[in-house]
Design a protein around this ligand. Structure first.
Ligand code: DQA
Length: 144
């Protein structure tokens, strides 16, 4: 594992502003700094991508083919709707781990379904920013 792509979906650019009681008070930039630091401490290169657009996320996954060794993905609301993101993850076959800041299993029923999760090796939900660290460390452990 040399390079990790961290993908964040819609509205995660609003971290710190959006529903702080659920998603915390830290900004998206703080999340990028956190994940970049985690990767650096493990000697990993890290690229962070955020988009509010489903197709842009599909494009980013496709562009990772042959260039990235692992994907950490929080597809946000697209988790629960997007077959296109699931298919993109399956198409590239890059080891992927799903992350959610909140514990989606304890929220509304529609958040209990994860399409992207079908193509992911593990899911960390409800750990806030630390879920991204757990995901990076999972990838390192299972795909050294
Ligand atoms: C989320 C959970 C999703 O249900 C929601 O739509 C999000 C964020 C999380 O990180 O907890 O936007 O993925």
């Amino acid at each position: 594992m040399k390079k990790i792509l961290v993908i964040n979906g819609p509205n995660l650019n609003m971290l710190g502003i959006r529903e702080p009681g659920i998603y915390g008070e830290q900004s998206y930039d703080a999340l990028v700094a956190f994940v970049t630091d985690v990767c650096a401490r493990h000697g990993l290169e890290c690229e962070c991508f955020q988009s509010n657009h489903e197709g842009a996320i599909v494009d980013a996954i496709q562009a990772a083919y042959g260039k990235v060794d692992g994907i950490v993905i929080n597809p946000a609301a697209y988790t629960h709707t997007s077959v296109a993101i699931l298919d993109a993850l399956k198409a590239v076959s890059i080891p992927a781990v799903e992350v959610h800041l909140s514990d989606v299993s304890k929220r509304e029923a529609f958040r209990h379904v994860s399409y992207a999760g079908i193509a992911c090796e593990a899911t960390f939900a409800g750990y806030g920013f630390d879920g991204y660290r757990l995901a990076v460390e999972y990838l390192l452990e299972h795909h050294p």
